[in-house]
Write a protein that binds this ligand. Structure first.
Ligand SMILES: [Zn+2]
Length: 133
């Protein structure tokens, strides 16, 4: 099993030219978690720039997930296509800490961004009337 499919080694970028753009495309399957079922591979495109000891990552996440409607309990598919931006710093108080090995695993970030993109109440359609009896 390839567990590191969403990891990027930032050491080369950190020791490289400030402001240089590095492009990455990562993809792989994610196991289902947090009531989200991933039904197609997750594709993550990243634009990464070293801004003087911090790493700025702008990304795009694309995949297809299956959700459960909170009103009628039916499963339905949703296409995910979202943008995100993260700044990794060596400062331990930062939101996204750049660990000393320079490896950033984007998998938990991808999962978090997908969850954040979902509405609080998950409905299969706006006017879902629930289970009709
Ligand atoms: Zn529904």
């Amino acid at each position: 099993m390839d567990e590191k499919k969403f990891s990027i080694d930032m050491r080369e970028i950190l020791s490289g030219e400030v402001g240089k753009l590095y492009k990455y495309k990562l993809s792989g399957h994610l196991s289902s978690e947090d009531e989200i079922k991933y039904i197609s591979p997750v594709i993550v495109k990243l634009d990464i720039v070293n801004i003087d000891k911090t790493i700025n990552a702008k990304g795009n996440i694309e995949t297809e997930i299956e959700l459960i409607c909170s009103r009628c309990g039916r499963g339905f598919n949703r296409h995910i296509d979202l943008q995100f931006e993260r700044i990794f710093e060596e400062d331990l108080d930062a939101d996204d800490v750049l660990s000393s090995d320079g490896i950033v695993d984007f998998e938990p970030i991808v999962r978090e961004e997908i969850i954040l993109s979902l509405p609080i109440q998950i409905l299969c359609k706006k006017n879902c009337r629930g289970l009709l009896r």
